[in-house]
Design a protein around this ligand. Structure first.
Ligand code: T3D
Length: 266
């Protein structure tokens, strides 16, 4: 049964195992306000196996993906300065943890500029597609901040120190095509084909062995801190779990009987 939940600032549509979450403040380039954090957290909590979700796409409405923090909410007042540590602890960090810990593939369709924490949110997703006209901007340095929402981890891990520092210290626009060439994202797609292509891949992934895919995510993520020997142990353990799934049995049976598999995600 398709479900649709539209808060003011976040749209969530779930159908046939695929959830599409849209950041929806187009007049402010989908930048984050306190209300939007609340709506996003609520929507992300709906991405559960009980809701039958087996793949998530995150995208933005209008001409931008996300311009990070809404800076109107950061203007100095006479009585106080904003507590950015508290903002990260309460808002951005839980969102990045949630996205990266979801046990399903998370795709991002970067439909336009992704700046500041908007870039970090996009890059935290598992497979990132971007419209040819889109770009990634580490805008933080222009206002005296450091890349956050995982930016100082995601950029060097994906690009290495030289490119991570170049982007972070200069704040230059990185066009989507270059982002693809540098290996920062998976694929750059013509603007008018972006959502169509990502939704087609999302629908396909929602029919795959979800448990197995989540174990792949876990193994790849752990490789950044594991030695080869530790990774071999991890593969042994995770493959043991994968080998006990119904989907593994179905995959083997379908192969041997020369038919298409029907995976239920378990
Ligand atoms: O604070 C904490 O909690 C800590 C965490 C911080 C995380 C962060 O993300 S800090 C970084 C915040 N983001 C930025 O610094 C980016 C600011 N925006 C831009 O640099 C540019 O808007 C873009 C490069 C993203 C796009 O440029 P362009 O020329 O395509 O559009 P524009 O004309 O600048 O923006 C269109 C409108 O959106 C404009 O409003 P207007 O003039 O039409 O009334 C602009 O002010 C508004 N807008 C864009 N980004 C933001 C924003 N309004 C509030 N906050 C924004 N981040």
């Amino acid at each position: 049964m398709p479900t649709r939940e539209h808060n003011n600032t976040i749209l969530l549509d779930i159908s046939d195992g695929l959830a599409i979450l849209t950041l929806n403040r187009p007049d402010r380039l989908n930048s984050f306000t306190a209300e939007m954090f609340k709506d996003l957290k609520k929507a992300l909590n709906k991405i559960t196996p009980e809701q039958g979700v087996r793949c998530l796409i995150i995208t933005g409405s209008g001409r931008a993906f996300c311009a990070g923090q809404d800076l109107n909410q950061r203007a100095e007042t006479k009585t106080s300065t904003p507590d950015l540590s508290a903002s990260l602890e309460k808002n951005y960090n839980p969102i990045i943890r949630k996205i990266t810990e979801l046990e399903i593939p998370v795709l991002c369709a970067v439909n336009g500029v992704a700046a500041g924490a908007g870039s970090s949110i996009a890059l935290a997703c598992d497979i990132v597609f971007a419209a040819r006209s889109a770009s990634f901007i580490q805008a933080f340095c222009k206002i005296g901040l450091i890349p956050d929402a995982g930016g100082t981890w995601l950029l060097p891990h994906k690009l290495g120190r030289a490119r991570a520092l170049g982007l972070s210290l200069l704040g230059d626009k990185l066009p989507a095509q270059k982002a693809e060439e540098w290996g920062l994202i998976w694929k750059c797609v013509d603007d008018n084909k972006l959502l169509e292509e990502v939704v087609a891949i999302g629908k396909q992934l929602a029919t795959q062995p979800t448990k197995g895919l989540s174990l792949i995510k876990r193994a790849i993520d752990k490789s950044f801190t594991n030695s080869l020997s530790e990774q071999l142990d991890l593969e042994r353990d995770l493959q043991g779990i994968a080998g006990e799934t119904k989907d593994f049995q179905e995959g083997v049976a379908a192969f041997l009987n020369k038919r298409n598999p029907t995976f239920n995600g378990n």
